[in-house]
Design a protein around this ligand. Structure first.
Ligand code: F6R
Length: 260
């Protein structure tokens, strides 16, 4: 696990650079995408590279981490719409190249199985962008999630619903209770995981992720078992790390040729 502590714009450029390197080497890269605030600066940087440097996503495909259950197809907070608005609709993904769990399926368990099969048939995710919840969730794997879980329906915690109420006019009652989410076992199959977290509200979760014992109580801690994770955080999100000075000096001494 590599931990980089830097200003948010530097973090966004690092993540975008890792994605650009992948795409330039293999245009049919499979990306894993997250919604929410954390990846927005990364997406903006990728859009800039698309518009100014010709970075193309035309042969790439993308898989979302999660989706609310039951939001109408045209709801602005349905994650398929959010990701199109925030990122994929601003670059040149081919029609049908961006996928997400189907939160409107009549048979939700079958939709979860189908989503796993679709990802596997695509060869799995090369690089997964993700955020972390204040309660330590990744994707929507809330505390208590099986560390080996697969894509399934989950109930959001009150804390996550309160955190996400800002996207629903501040009204927590509008935030769906249920979601479909890739499991922790699913996420762990991505070949490279780039987690972005900024702000003091994430400091406890980041401390547990990096320095806590692996536990279903802090689901993100499963990433300690992954061979290639980049944790990109600002000073505020790093404020509870015991090893912060070590991570800062390690990054300062990192050879230029070494990417994430
Ligand atoms: C969203 C997702 C969630 C968010 C997390 C942090 O697709 O999977 O795990 O990454 O809730 O959200 P933000 O970035 O809005 O703080």
């Amino acid at each position: 696990m590599e931990v980089v502590i830097a200003a948010p714009d530097v973090l966004a450029r690092l993540a975008a650079e890792a994605i650009e390197q992948l795409l330039r080497g293999r245009p049919d890269t499979v990306l894993g995408l997250a919604t929410g605030s954390s990846p927005l600066a990364v997406y903006d940087e990728l859009v800039r590279r698309h518009l100014e440097d010709g970075l193309s996503f035309a042969e790439a495909s993308a898989y979302n981490l999660d989706e609310y259950v039951g939001l109408p197809a045209d709801h602005p907070q349905r994650y398929r719409n959010v990701i199109e608005h925030d990122f994929t609709g601003r670059v040149d993904f081919a029609p049908g190249a961006v996928h997400g769990p189907d939160g409107l399926a009549e048979d939700l368990p079958a939709a979860c199985v189908a989503y796993e099969a679709e990802m596997a048939a695509a060869g799995g995710v090369d690089l997964q962008i993700m955020g972390i919840g204040t309660d330590g969730h990744i994707a929507f794997n809330e505390p208590g999630s099986s560390l080996a879980s697969r894509t399934r329906i989950k109930t959001l915690t009150d804390q996550t619903r309160a955190d996400n109420a800002r996207f629903f006019d501040g009204d927590v009652k509008q935030v769906p209770q249920h979601c479909l989410t890739q499991g922790l076992g699913t996420v762990m199959e991505a070949r490279h995981i780039v987690l972005v977290a900024t702000g003091r509200a994430k400091a406890d979760a980041v401390h547990q992720l990096v320095e806590g014992p692996v536990s279903a109580m802090w689901p993100a801690t499963i990433l300690q078992h992954h061979p290639h994770v980049s944790v990109l955080i600002d000073n505020a999100a790093a404020s509870r790390l015991q090893l912060a000075d070590y991570f800062r000096s390690t990054y300062a001494a990192k050879p230029d040729w070494q990417g994430l």
